[in-house]
Ligand binder design. Structure first.
Ligand SMILES: O=P(O)(O)OC[C@H]1O[C@](O)(CO)[C@@H](O)[C@@H]1O
Length: 548
């Protein structure tokens, strides 16, 4: 029997649990459940924090108590989320709507060895790709493999979008302090000014272009590939001698007859938004930072995977975070969640988790197609602190409240001269602000002046990592992946499909056809199904008689 998700209708045990959780949440309206009171309870910090090697999560400032937690854990038990997570790492079909496994964890060595899926050893296949990456990077770094202009490659540009870009950009920026071997740039957007910005910053003769697309049909990526090839040819540079691909076996880009410099496989059993630990991150990160750095990043991912697999539910950091997220979204009614890293090198964490989380959990039906009791998922957004404080924190303190993950890094990457301002270093100032924000949000401050009154009682979690070394960044990435997957399993949605992105793509195709017809025949009159679209196309093509 399919284990029940928290958003499944008509399941009696779920209904009963819902009722209890809703009742439990109501208690938090009372003054004796204000965070000021909760934080004053003995043992609050030690009971509401969890840690593992170099990773610590303090959720004492969440509006939760033992009773609410016990009920939330029942939702895990009913949905068998931890068992499903373990099934996932062993290659069972956990993406039933696409009949696929989800084996991103195998990319960092998690799970049994050998790991047999569809008669093939997944880990051996991944290892083959990694060996190819290692060799390729060595030949680029030692100058044996040069550009068609006879010069060593000094920079690389990733052409890819969504899961074929965001995770890689996050990890690259997070680790960019490591002794770099090559600069890495990104061309995700079909916006021609993204291309313009990239070509302003590169030397065409020493640039390697990395085309990343699992499907090799994504319109934006294909348009950018075409744009880059056209531009390179116009500059007298042979595109094929400056390009590599990372794509799925059998995709239109997996063509042995196309003589690119090299091509690397990504696998059907690893979804785009979970793919940074596969070749998708492996090749660009190894080129930019070194293959050894990429391996250390995978070690960190595996450490967190192992913690999630082996820890009991009550000690499980990613599960706890998933339960808190469910509590805040479904029972406390918060409309969004923020991720605020107090580390500028982690600036691209929020955009990555935004895709990871919102594409995975933004669903309205169960994997079996039943309508859920309410749509799943929430809005994730974020900016690094302290910048965020000077941007949208007014709303966080006195407007519509939203829970925040504050992320602190014990030791920064920079080790050079440090000035003292007001008696502290910049890094200490950063931490003073992180702690102050979490405290101010939770405790507030009463004032007779209503404009200066802070009600407090606004929830947050503090997550700390030791440093910005590859292992720590790997743990952080894998933590958010596991949190997302577990939350999906508990809610009862498939965290690995993304049919919701398809309709817009189809409609863009219809509009594109209209544009192409006009490009061929200047007298063509737009005939979109929507009259409004005709108005905008007239506007774009400069038709002065435009009208709806
Ligand atoms: O790697 P591809 O096939 O180009 O897809 C890119 C991205 O587009 C999406 O399909 C969403 O449109 C993502 O899920 C995926 O990561």
């Amino acid at each position: 029997m399919t284990p029940a998700g928290l958003l499944y209708p008509d399941d009696p045990s779920i209904k009963a649990l819902h009722a209890k959780l809703t009742q439990a949440a109501q208690k938090f309206d009372a003054p004796d459940h204000h965070l000021r009171q909760l934080l004053g309870r003995p043992g609050r910090f030690s009971d509401f924090s969890l840690g593992m090697d170099g990773f610590f999560m303090d959720f004492s400032r969440q509006r939760l108590d033992e009773n609410a937690f016990a009920l939330l854990h029942e939702s895990q038990t009913l949905s068998k989320a931890l068992e499903k997570f373990s099934d996932m790492t062993q290659g069972k079909i956990v993406n039933p709507t696409e009949n696929r496994a989800a084996l991103h964890t195998a990319a960092r060595g998690t799970g049994p060895s050998p790991l047999i899926f569809k008669d093939m050893d997944v880990k051996a296949q991944i290892q083959q790709v990694n060996e190819k990456i290692e060799k390729f990077c060595a030949s680029v770094h030692d100058g044996k493999l040069c550009s068609a202009c006879g010069k060593p490659f000094t920079q690389a540009v990733v052409i890819g979008i969504g899961g074929s870009y965001l995770g890689c950009e996050f990890v690259y920026q997070a680790l960019a302090g490591a002794a770099g071997k090559m600069d890495l740039l990104f061309l995700p957007n079909v916006d021609i000014d993204n291309f313009a910005r990239v070509i302003e910053s590169i030397d065409k003769e020493t640039t390697l272009w990395i085309v990343i697309s699992k499907s090799y049909t994504t319109t934006e990526t294909m348009a950018n590939l075409n744009q880059v090839s056209t531009w390179l040819k116009a500059q007298g540079v042979s595109p094929l001698d400056h390009m590599v691909t990372i794509t799925a076996k059998g995709s239109p880009g997996d063509d042995p007859d196309t003589p690119l410099l090299a091509s690397f496989h990504m696998f059907d059993f690893i979804g785009g938004r979970y793919s940074v630990s596969s070749a998708v991150g492996g090749l660009p990160l190894s080129l930019a930072l070194g293959y050894d750095v990429f391996q250390r990043f995978l070690d960190g991912c595996r450490l967190m995977d192992t913690h999630v697999l082996e820890s009991p539910a009550e000690k499980n950091i990613a599960l706890t975070a998933a339960l808190i997220s469910i509590w805040n979204t479904l029972y406390m009614g918060y409309p969004a969640q923020a991720i605020i890293p107090y580390a500028s090198r982690l600036a691209r964490l929020s955009p990555h988790v935004q895709q990871l989380y919102m594409e995975s959990l933004g669903k309205s039906v169960s994997p079996e197609g039943a309508h859920l009791t309410q749509a799943a998922g929430t809005i994730i957004f974020g900016e690094p602190g302290t910048n965020a404080q000077h941007s949208f924190f007014q709303l966080a303190h006195q407007g519509n409240a939203f829970p925040i993950d504050f992320i602190g890094v014990k030791t920064p990457g920079y080790t050079g001269i440090q000035a003292m301002s007001k008696g502290v270093t910049n890094h200490q100032e950063l931490w003073a602000n992180l702690l102050a924000q979490a405290g101010a949000l939770a405790l507030g401050r009463n004032s007779d002046d209503p404009a200066r009154n802070f009600d407090g009682n606004r929830p947050s979690t503090i997550i700390t990592i030791d440093n910005l070394e590859p292992e720590s960044v790997g743990m952080l990435l894998s933590f958010y992946e596991a949190r997302t997957v577990l939350e999906g399993f508990i809610l009862g949605v498939n965290p690995f499909d993304q049919f919701g992105v398809e309709l817009g793509k189809v409609m863009a195709g219809d509009i594109r056809k209209e544009m192409a017809a006009r490009n061929l025949d200047p007298s063509y009159r737009f005939a979109c199904a929507s009259k409004t679209d005709n108005f905008y196309l007239d506007l774009l093509f400069g038709n002065s008689t435009a009208g709806v």
